[in-house]
Design a protein around this ligand. Structure first.
Ligand code: NAD
Length: 479
């Protein structure tokens, strides 16, 4: 059934702007239409959010918690439908959604709804008869701008804390994946979120809804996840109206495997880190560094595992890897592989488009790809954002630390070793916002999440989200 996506403004579903097609990545078919919001829709949504802020910001946190938990429950009750919608949007295997993904989407709302009622505040008594304390106040209208790779996860990761701490929201989901945000808006309506508290405007970035939000004088905060270059543009565009930013940008994660690592486990972790979500993942472990003494063995096993990945129909529960988001993106990823081959690197497996049969013949499928490369090669420096991973042997700890840190990104890293001292030492030496030791993509909503260098500005999660989504006030009382 074709999806007829609309904006959600002030509690109502409305049209506005030309309609663009929504494609299912696994078949290339048009599965719906969505509206390309412009200045009028952004103005209406921001105005609705501004009006709603008056009341929502003064609503008791316990009442906000009750309402937001109703929203989270609605998400849980629609887990199967959301799971299917996310697969239609992204092309990711449905098996990945059913396990933990949708629960995490709901938890993004319920965790922050609860958290906001529990946090305390600092107090600084002075020795000359004064007491200072800190009050946290909601900031205002938050513009949340999200990418297409894990849309429901990232949309709720921002909506949850923004609303829990008393702000109101205009969400601009990625143009490639409007379905999930549209469904979230329906669930928000069903859960009786007051009109204007959560608005969703669909559309594109430059000269469209995205840009108009970032230049709107009544938008106080921007939480953006997407490409580094887009973050730079958003910062420039928002400068005139001095916005508060949280940026989660690109990544080029290192996965370091020492000679004492559990090899079978290391292969499985490397598989997941490289190919989860077709490798279209900011946290992807897209550069594997393996100690030279186990390099040949690791590479033989890993290539075998990569060759065995079941690529196919994302709706089939047995499928391990689905389709890339668009034909253009697939071409871009294949271009990186061609460039790497031209640089003299050896493609150990994959490297080509996969043509599946029947309805899937129009899908953007690609073979899991492993390339032997050197750390300075372009394929090891640029974010490919596809099922492409490099392998490189290393000799010393010092050398591999320098290589792991030797990109402009600093989002995440994986360190695999059984030596406890080395695990802590190397983890601390990483220039990355998150380091996993002997695992990958384990998330706790209380911890800081974000990137160093060109991977972002600021942190979200737990009280880090509170800091971003609230104004800290100092009240100084003469006792
Ligand atoms: P993108 O930057 O192209 O788009 C992201 C969002 O920004 C979209 O909604 C888009 O419409 C909007 N946008 C584009 N130009 C804009 C402008 N000038 N003004 C306002 N909005 C604008 O990114 P993408 O291709 O959708 O996503 C892939 C990127 O996201 C990768 O670089 C990936 O690493 C990054 N990402 C980072 C994280 C993280 O947590 N660090 C998580 C997921 C994805």
């Amino acid at each position: 059934m074709p999806f007829d996506v609309q904006h959600y403004i002030n509690g109502k579903f409305v049209d506005g702007g030309e309609r663009f097609s929504v494609y299912y990545p696994a078949t290339g078919e048009v599965i719906g239409k969505a509206p390309d919001g412009g200045q009028d829709e952004v103005n209406a949504a921001v105005e609705a959010a501004k009006q709603a802020f008056e009341k929502w910001s003064r609503t008791k946190p316990s009442e906000r918690r009750r309402i937001l938990n109703r929203f989270a429950d609605a998400i849980r009750q629609h887990a199967d439908e959301l799971s299917r919608i996310e697969t239609l949007d992204v092309g990711r295997p449905i098996s990945e959604n059913r396990h933990h993904y949708i629960e995490r989407v709901a938890a993004n709302i319920s965790f922050f709804a609860d958290f906001a009622t529990m946090v305390g505040s600092e107090c600084y008594p002075m020795e000359n008869g004064y007491v200072n304390y800190v009050l946290r106040q909601p900031v205002g209208v938050a513009a949340l701008i999200t990418p297409w790779n894990v849309p429901l996860m990232l949309e709720t990761w921002k909506i949850g804390p923004a609303l829990a701490f008393g702000n109101t929201v205009v969400l601009k989901p990625a143009e490639w994946t409007p379905l999930g945000a549209w469904k979230l808006a329906q669930l928000a309506q069903e859960a009786d979120l007051p009109p204007g508290v959560l608005n969703v405007v669909h559309g594109h970035g430059p000269n469209s809804a995205g840009e108009f939000l970032t230049t709107h004088p009544d938008v106080a905060l921007i939480s953006f996840t997407g490409e580094t270059i887009t973050g730079q543009t958003i910062m420039r565009n928002g400068a005139a109206t001095l916005k508060r930013y949280s940026f989660e940008l690109g990544g080029k994660g290192a996965n370091i495997i020492f000679e004492d690592a559990d090899l079978d486990r290391a292969v499985q972790i490397a598989k997941r880190a490289a190919f989860f979500n077709q490798g279209e993942f900011c946290l992807a472990g897209s550069r594997i560094f393996v100690h030279e003494s186990i390099y040949d063995r690791f590479v033989a096993d890993f290539v075998e595992v990569a060759k065995g990945i079941r690529v196919g129909d994302p709706m089939d529960p047995e499928t391990e890897m689905g389709a890339l988001i668009s034909p253009e993106h697939l071409d871009r990823v294949l271009g990186f592989v061609r460039g790497s081959r031209d640089d003299g690197n050896e493609i150990l497996t994959g490297g080509e488009r996969l043509r599946l049969s029947g309805a899937l013949s129009g899908g953007n499928f690609m073979a899991p790809t492993v390339i032997a490369a050197k750390p300075q090669d372009r394929i090891c420096q640029d974010e490919v954002f596809g099922p492409v991973v490099t392998v490189t042997p290393f000799r010393t700890e010092e050398e591999v630390i320098a290589w792991a840190n030797g990109t402009r990104y600093g989002l995440s890293a994986v360190v695999q070793t059984r030596d406890v001292s080395r695990a802590h030492r190397v983890a601390a030496a990483m220039k990355a916002g998150t380091v996993w030791v002997n695992d990958f993509f384990v998330r706790d909503l209380r911890v800081p999440f974000g990137g160093m260098k060109h991977s972002g500005i600021g942190r979200e999660g737990g009280h880090y989200s509170m800091e971003f989504y609230t104004e800290a006030m100092n009240i100084c009382v003469a006792v």
